[in-house]
Design a protein around this ligand. Sequence first.
Ligand code: SF4
Length: 343
Amino acid sequence: MSVKIVKNLSAWFGKTARDLPWRADPHPYRVWLSEIMLQQTRVTAMLPYFERFLLAFPEVEDLANAPEERVLKLWAGLGYYSRARNLHRGAKAICERLKAGDGFPETASEWREIPGVGPYTAGAVSSIVYRKREPIVDGNIVRVLSRVHAIRKLDSGNRLIWDLSRRLVEERSADPRILNQALMELGALVCLPRNPKCGVCPIRGSCKGKSEPHAFPEKKPKKEWKHLSERKWIPLRRKKSVAEVWLIRNEGTGWREGLWDFPSPGARGVAGAVMRSEFRIQYVVTRHKVERHHFLFFVGSRTKLEDQNGRWFSILDLPAVPAPVRKAIAMVEKDLKTDQGQR
Ligand code: SF4
C-alpha cells in the first residue's frame, strides 16, 4: 500500500505542485523561514510576509543581527509572536554554527537544537532541503493519514501517525523532498477538513476512509471558551497635523512580550483630558474571547506622559503591535476622518 501511495502522490505533486518561492531552490534559510511562518498560518496569508522578510533580511546573518523590535514589526499581523522571537533566536543559533564552521543544521536532530524548531519543522526542513528520510506530522497530516488508514482514535502523541508517515518516507522509491511536500499539499488543497475532494484525490484508490472521511479521526470534545475583558486608554495628540498615539512596550513575558499596546486606565497626564469617544472590539486568543473597551482621549501636544517604556508614534508608522491594537487604530482613523468630514 505504501508503494502505491508514494507513487501516486509523487506523480500528482510533480504535475500540480504550487510554484512557491522556496521550492525552486530549497535553501535551508528560506525553507526554515517558510516552515516557521507556516505554523498556524495559510500559505496565501504568509507569502507577503515571506517576501518582505527576505527583502529586509536576505541572509540568515541579516536576521540574526537585526534588532528584535524590527523583526517583530515586520512580523506584525501574522500573530503568534513567539514564533518571531524564536525565529530571531534561531537565526542567532544558526549563525553560531556557521561561525564555528559547522554549516546549517542538516539532520532532524540537529534542527531540533535550534530554538522554535519542533519535530514537524525539523522533519520538514531536513527532508525538503537535504532529502533526509524524516517523517512529518502536523494537523493536516494527521487528518490525511487517519482517513487513509481509517483510524478513528488517535493515541497520545500521535505515535501511530508518526509511524505511518515514517513508513511512507522510508519507502525505497520515495524522494523525501517530494513525498513530504506532496503530503503537505494534499492536506492543504485536497483532503480538506470540511469538504475533502475525494473525487480528484490521487490516492483515493488506497484510502480506506473515503466513504465517510469526516469520521476520521474522531473529533475531540470542544474546549469551553473563557471570556475576558480589558480596558485601555488611547491618548492621542496632533503634532504638525500628524496624529500620534501613546504606546507602551510590554517588557513582561508571554505572548505580548516586546509588543506595544495602549496604557491601562489611570495613565498620568491623561486623566485631566477630555474623552472624545469610546468603542469596543473583540478578539480571540487561544481559548479566550476577549472584549476590549477603548477610551479615546485628545491630549495637548505638550502633555507629558510618564512611563519609561512609553513613546509617541505616528498612527501611520506603528511599531510591532498585536492585532487588537491595529484594529483599534483603524477605528481611531475612522473617527478622525468623521471629524474632518464634519468640519
Ligand atoms: S480519498 Fe478523500 S479522504 Fe481519502 S485521502 Fe483523498 S481526499 Fe482524503
